[in-house]
Write a new protein. Structure first.
Lengths: 470, 319
């Protein structure tokens, strides 16, 4: 008995303590654009940009912002003919806002023609047009011409002399970081479109024609004039075919930074190229779209609704209702704490829809208690003693809860992987709520009802477990 | 014994499967009204889906979001999104497409409340923020989800339960969307989320109900499938009603108190979908999914045999 009670108190302490800690460490959940506002970045596309390209660009931006994990649920709108407004919830710092939007433009794959050690090229001081006279590097990156670009590789500072681009960002279909568990090496798998695959085979065939060790075996991956990576074609690639089949592996390495490097490179390859070269035209602070009046009335209404739930649980399930009510505060505390932590780590934001979702999920989570309590009542009517009924009832109820929650969890996981924006936010809330529901049922509810059964609230009068069944 | 206490004890004797014509008629009428509503009135899609106008004005008077909203509502421009820029130095209002007199009224209202001149207000068209690509991806996600759920329920329970469960889900979806067409409430991304909640709830509820059926199929070896479904429904009726009550109370409170009494229209759009959907979800689990399952399974050879055997036995017992 005392051991059970200790376990129970530990659970309550974790839940309520967790909430208190999160609030104390200023990790209260991050609020969305509608509740808190944020920063808007206004981007201008060159005049006469195809509206369809703008839509593709906003789609890529949405995914990129969400994938980089700093900010969730940005709102991106095309305004007028060539302006895109990106609103980022909760971001106060202008510089961070611009970084998150990342107005990177052109991704290109180019053959390396020569590698010059140091930071200057032989063209320094020659007065060649388009070349910085001091460093000899290209000033503007025109991907249809040769260029001299600085690069710091593992061998130190180098200048790469590269040829015109042979592939661009749109030729990349997918790029993913990959860890080979047998060799312990991080790589990036690169999948190209059919058209890109042919161009890539051509490019690598040319590079494979040079002897191993020649710098011209390298392919430079360049984003907006900046060399991101310059891997060499492997010795076993034959110059007749190049790397065919539209698929390539870029080996990164096995050191501590390799994982981060592989992930960053994959992201750059995947989303690095927007089909439109945007310019930032303004950065503004934006206020919440809902006045505090709306928020307050929503909260008042939510609390009122939950108060009614409390009444229903007490009348329907008597003393077991107390367990459910305490349990719902455990559930609510853990959920808010998780939102706080994930807001800090993953940029998860709570919009009004999310807040309402939490209020609703508390109502729906009450179902797990109801399923259980109904089972207990059923078992008592079958003639079991109160304590046995709470045990047997739990086994049966937990099976049902698990099946039903699996459906919810399935929904959450699939929506999280497949959807974007507000729907993704919902998926996170649903997934967290479902996992917590199973956890709370297992760790808290069972212990609490068993403890209750042993007290004077177990059997006897109206306000007891037995009383609910009669 | 009163109905309420019989309900509490799971001892009601409602014939869910036998009276199916009654339940199916009710559902058919609701579905028809919903579909007619969709066909005639169409959905009132929010700015997030169809785009609209942004009006931006300087704000020397320092108007707050609430003040701008009430000024616009007085000018009969509802459903606007209002934001203050750079700590209230300017105001940005996003509304749906307006005709010339309405646009003029909106400009007047904004000029009045912000203390700016009409000529200082810039007007520009905005595209949807919840674009076609986002919507398409959400639909793909939904399709994959429904397929996965059908597989899971088929594996955990059985195929016919999965299919009747999805039929009930479709029923709830049509009714929820139909109510939006009929009331003319704006459909926002939040509403889409609410509809997803409804789908999840509808399936969850059906699974709980069918779980009871599959439990009784193992226990009751001398009953017809119809009798088993009826028994299962009567014993879970108290739980279904209690659950829908605990889910509907907070939602209903947000819908009625939040949006009608305290005037937070944004909440209303969202809560309406939840309220209608959860009510329909509870109804359809018991009155659509279960009778459908009962009717369908009763035709299986094994259950036909069981029914004949039960009938013979009851005759010989009477003799």
């Amino acid at each position: 008995m005392t051991r059970r009670l200790v376990g129970l108190f530990i659970i309550l302490a974790i839940a309520w303590g967790g909430l208190a800690a999160v609030l104390a460490f200023d990790m209260s959940p991050r609020l969305g654009l509608d509740l808190q506002g944020g920063t808007a970045v206004v981007l201008e596309a060159p005049a006469g940009t195809d509206p369809e390209l703008l839509e593709v660009a906003t789609d890529i931006m949405t995914r990129r912002i969400e994938d980089f994990g700093e900010v969730q649920e940005p709102e991106i709108t095309v305004s007028g003919n060539d302006t895109v407004v990106v609103q980022l919830p909760g971001v106060e710092d202008e510089q961070r806002a611009i970084e998150a939007v990342g107005q990177t433009g052109l991704l290109s794959f180019r053959p390396v023609l020569e590698v010059i050690p140091g930071t200057t090229s032989p063209l320094a001081g020659t007065g060649t047009p388009g070349i910085d006279d001091e460093t000899g590097l290209s000033i503007e990156d025109d991907i249809s011409k040769d260029a001299y670009l600085g690069y710091s590789s593992s061998f130190g500072d180098e200048v790469l002399h590269v040829g015109p681009a042979e592939l661009q960002g749109e030729d990349v279909d997918e790029a993913l970081p990959f860890f080979d568990t047998t060799t312990g090496i991080w790589t990036v798998t690169l999948d190209l479109t059919p058209d890109g695959g042919e161009k890539f085979a051509q490019l690598t065939a040319e590079a494979a024609g040079f002897p191993v060790g020649d710098p011209r075996r390298q392919i430079a991956i360049i984003l907006d004039g900046e060399v991101i990576s310059a891997p060499s074609v492997n010795p076993d690639v034959r110059p007749e075919t190049g790397i065919s089949g539209g698929r390539a592996l870029i080996t990164i390495g096995s050191d501590a930074e390799a994982q981060q490097e592989a992930q960053d490179l994959a992201l750059t390859l995947r989303y690095g190229s927007l089909p439109v070269a945007f310019e930032v035209s303004a950065v503004q602070k934006v206020s919440a779209t809902l006045g505090t009046d709306s928020l307050q009335s929503g909260i008042v209404a939510g609390i009122l609704g939950l108060a009614l739930v409390v009444v229903v649980l007490l009348v329907g399930y008597r003393s077991m209702g107390l367990v459910a009510i305490a349990g719902l505060t455990v559930f609510g505390s853990l959920l808010v704490a998780l939102f706080g932590v994930l807001g800090r780590w993953q940029g998860l934001t709570l919009t009004l829809a999310g807040v309402t979702g939490i209020i609703v999920s508390v109502g729906i989570t009450a179902d797990s208690y109801i399923v259980y309590f109904e089972r207990v009542k059923e078992k008592i009517r079958e003639g079991l003693a109160v304590e046995d009924a709470t045990e047997e009832g739990f086994g049966l109820a937990f099976r049902t809860i698990l099946t039903a929650d699996t459906v919810s969890l399935l929904a959450a996981i699939l929506l999280w992987f497949l959807a974007v924006g507000a729907v993704k936010g919902f998926a996170i809330a649903l997934g967290l709520a479902t996992i917590l529901d199973i956890f709370v049922a297992r760790a808290y509810t069972r212990r609490a009802v068993r403890a209750l059964a042993a007290t004077s609230l177990g059997s006897g009068g109206w306000f007891t477990i037995e009383g609910a069944a009669r | 014994m009163s109905t309420l206490s019989r309900l509490n004890r799971g001892e009601t004797t409602i014939d869910f499967v036998g009276k199916r014509r009654r339940w199916f008629t009710i559902s058919a009428i609701a579905l028809l009204i919903s579909l007619a509503g969709l066909g005639i009135r169409h959905l009132n899609l929010g700015i997030e889906f169809v785009g609209g106008l942004t009006l931006q004005a300087p704000n020397p008077a320092g108007a707050e979001v609430g003040e701008v909203r009430s000024a616009l509502e007085t000018a009969a421009v509802g459903d606007a999104t209002i934001q203050l820029l750079d700590d209230g130095e300017a105001v940005r209002v996003t509304t749906r497409e307006l005709d010339t007199p309405a646009e003029s009224a909106a400009v007047d209202a904004i000029a009045g409340v912000t203390g700016s001149a009409r000529t200082e207000i810039s007007i520009e068209a905005v595209g949807p923020s919840f674009g076609a690509l986002v919507a398409r991806r959400a639909l793909v996600a939904l399709g994959v989800f429904l397929g996965a759920v059908a597989l899971f329920i088929s594996w955990r329970l059985e195929l016919k339960m999965a299919l009747t469960g999805l039929a009930a889900l479709f029923h709830d979806l049509v009714i929820t969307v139909g109510v939006y067409a009929l009331t003319g409430f704006a459909v926002s991304p939040a509403t889409v989320v609410a509809v997803l909640v409804v789908l999840g709830y509808s399936l969850y509820d059906t699974v709980v109900v069918f779980d009871k059926v599959s439990e009784l199929v193992v226990l009751e070896e001398e009953k017809t499938f119809t009798a088993i479904v009826n028994q299962a429904m009567n014993s879970v009726l108290a739980r279904s009603l209690a659950t829908s009550l605990t889910s509907l109370l907070p939602v209903g409170s947000i819908l009625f108190v939040g949006s009608f009494v305290l005037g937070a229209a944004t909440l209303g759009d969202f809560a309406l979908a939840l309220f209608v959907g959860i009510a329909a979800g509870t109804y359809s689990s018991i009155f659509v999914a279960a009778p459908l399952l009962g009717t369908w399974k009763e035709k299986e050879p094994a259950w036909v045999e069981r029914a004949e055997w039960v009938q013979r036995r009851s005759k010989s017992g009477r003799r």
